[in-house]
Write a protein that binds this ligand. Sequence first.
Ligand code: PMP
Length: 276
Amino acid sequence: MYVWVNQELVERDRANVDLEDRGYQFGDGVYEVIRMYHGNFFMLQEHLDRLQYSLNEVGIPFNVKEHQVENKLKEIMKKNYIRDGAVYLQITRGAAPRNHGFPEHPEPVFTAYPLPVTRPHQEQLNGIRMTLVEDLRWLRCDIKSLNLLWNVIAKQKAKERGCFETLFYRNENHVTEGSSSNFFGVKNGVLITHPANSFILNGITRQAVLNICKEKQIPCEEKVMSLNDLKELDEAFITSTTAEVLPVKAIDDIRIGDGSVGPITRRIQKLFFERT
Ligand code: PMP
């Protein structure tokens, strides 16, 4: 497999990053995962915009356009003969003698390589179980940063509890999102999802679903749900680049609706699928 390391396309086992790369030592960097369907990246511009936003927010001096990231991503997929899958890319503040403060002359390090992705057919069809975990992440979840420690721990808790995904809550009145997905509820025909602010990552798949709602005039509200609200939901689903739209049939011992996949979730799935 070929991978990008800065300006070079190299074979994976020849790719080197420095021991003192700040991404490795501090999680000082940002990333994206972008899906490719039939040789086309899905919502590429939205991903590149979010990448530039994350870079700006953490002050990594890297211009996505000037570095021709779009061309590099297309090239890496071509070079590896991949038409259906995803690309992972990250940009760190680069290597410097270990010191918390920014280096005076940072040289950001760009790496990218293809990720194999297969649709989670079974879960898309039958739905998943989620488990509640307190959201102990920092308060800038809108930045797609490499600091994923609580997300990682939370996903492991889900695994250990026999669930596909975690649902985070800050307190009993504030459900946020999944450990690697956004959460949608459906009540009386209205979709409900957390507003795009610093408590969640504004997922690209989330944006796609909101666009679908606008186009098809499916009512949708961006508002915060409480733990009690979860008990009243008729339907629920999560969204992410790799999972797409996954119905949720239970959250711990809360059964969603009658425990089967509801009609609105099916409709959103179908409309999303048509876009890919
Ligand atoms: N929230 C978090 C915390 C995530 O890690 C992800 C996936 N990276 C998402 C939401 C979904 O975002 P997207 O639809 O862009 O994959």
